[in-house]
Design a protein. Sequence first.
Lengths: 338, 395
Amino acid sequence: MRYTSLCAAGFAAMFVAGTASAGTLDDVKARGELICGVTTGLAGFAAPDDKGEWAGFDVDVCRAVATGVFGDPKKVKFVPTTGKSRFPALQSGEVDMLARNTTWTFDRDVKLGFEFTGINFYDGQGFMVRKDLGVKSAYELDGASVCVTTGSTTELNLGDFFRANNMSYTPVVYEKADEIRTAYDANRCDVYTTDRSGLAAQRSELSNPDDHVVLPEVISKEPLGPLVQHGDHQWGDVVRWSLNVMIIAEELGVTSQNVDDMRASSKNPEIRRLLGVEGEYGPRLGLANDWAYNIIKTVGNYAESYERNVGPNTPIGLERGVNALWTDGGILYAPPFR
Amino acid sequence: MAVADVSQSSAKVNWLYDARVRAVFYQILTIVLFVLFVVWLGSNTAQNLEDRGIATGFGFLDQPAGFGVPFSLIDYSETSPYWDAFVLSVLNTLFISFIGIVLATVIGFIFGVMRLSSNWIISKFAAIYLETARNVPLLLQILFWYFGVLTALPQLRQSINIGDSIFLNNRGLYMPSPIYGPGFEFVVIAFLVAVIGVIMIRRWAAKRQEATGEQFPVFWTALGLILGLPLLAFAVTGFPLSWEYPALKGFNFRGGAVLIPEFMALLAALTLYTAAFIGEIVRAGIMAVSHGQTEAAYALGIRPGTTMRLVIIPQALRVIVPPLTSQYLNLTKNSSLAAAIGYPELVAVWSGTVLNQTGQAIECILMTMLVYLTISLSISVFMNWYNRRIALVER
């Protein structure tokens, strides 16, 4: 009888496991924390700070979602994922969402079964070389060894660019950003290619940042944004609007500093809706009515997060460029909050 | 079904208490449950994939791959289909495994014998190597060799230059590559003829020695044949071989053949790690041969080297070969750790890059597992055949 009872127990366990998934939002609430997939460490975007707390521009998106759900930016568990492990991690439900410099492409959206919930950084692929090579343009790179991340869109763009321009190259591929940095620093390759934001971040961590230059050519569009599993629309909306809230807050001039004043005294109807003074917007998402207020209060608006993590006054030193608001000459634009 | 059996036989002894019937019943039950479990897993997977809108199937194999690889034994470019990337990665795995196995065996045997040497320095030197290499995790050794290679070797423009034809720097070992002219196939044929000739001479010499006791200088004859015949053919056909030399042009050396540092680091780590285990296996094998055998051989006036070669090793091999097989399998499977340093073998390229670019996780992993299974089983079959050949034939 020992065997039969064992088998019965195994069977029971299987069916329980098979029916455990309701909605992601309910799962997250029941678990008490959000599980967010980030990079294995990219300065300015997602890296542990000197206190061991994850910080960065992508991390802020995770924190915004956690604040929206729980009112507490600390209720996130960060799971470092490589370029290779990120998609299986999300497909299998090991993470609730990814915020890790992931380019929105047709294949990923349609074939891999994901839903991109917005763009938090408009980027493009570039090349970084040593200054002493004397290279001024990417079109002079014929025959170079190029360090690149495996399984990325940059790997494919790299092949396309060299092929389109009748140039040859030798790829040197690694899985993690820090491996590439070490190899590039040791002169294993002449060129480092990835998104220009990533190049700026990596350059700041090289042994002599000033010896390296990012070439002017941008060879691709790389819209980076958070993504979730396809099919759970409620959860997709939560992530989408958590990011949108940060952008809208910047448009409306709401910051973490003045959000309390705004909530108390603003006459602007969109600000009143955003901060939960008017209407019932949070509950329609399955969240509290002050969720957006909490996000702005603790994480800040888009500009605050940008300046804190990657802006000109940080070691990364990225100008806003195309990531400025559409009203300031950029292409950052969020749908209206109504 | 078992329930029906019970009701039919209730007239005689109750089958419920028959141990054999119960045993069969439990076995059938286990099989049925297992099959149900597999079916459940399969349908669940299919359902989940469909729910998430993930396409399945092997249709992606003839799509262009679009990515480049740093090291390939076949003609491969970004426009080649995924299938070529698969072949390439399998060949790279076989390449490193084969060279690794050969080198590890040689080094392992040498150190295993050295460990048993009566010379204190030689024995202790071997002991230090064996203990160190066996007791540090392989992944660490790979990283050690890799970053060692990257930082210890000179930079591109300060390459170690051997006769303007071989260059060594931290981008790799650049060598001239041969270009075969017309008629070179005769050289290959001459070599094969020489090999067959050597095998036949060895058999003939062994028979003659058994019959007459006279020895024949097999080694020198074999060396002469294997070198001489192809050289002769080479000269007769008018030296149909030229070399393409690597030259520093622009960013890198162009032309010639290159062994990338990832390959060198992986080979060093895999070889030295596995050789340490093989060394211990060899030592155990030799010690398993009773000392009386050596003494008997010496008493007959056989010299120490010959004693080792003809008396000890053949008997030791019976103990050595089975665990040696496991080490070969380990080396092959451990080559998958190359993913950590970017040597483009099966796991790095196929279940890494391709899996990620196509999202066909199940297909890629399945193909990878099948390849490893095939390689491992082939090694096993070969080693089992060899083991049977050398095993003690009991009379």
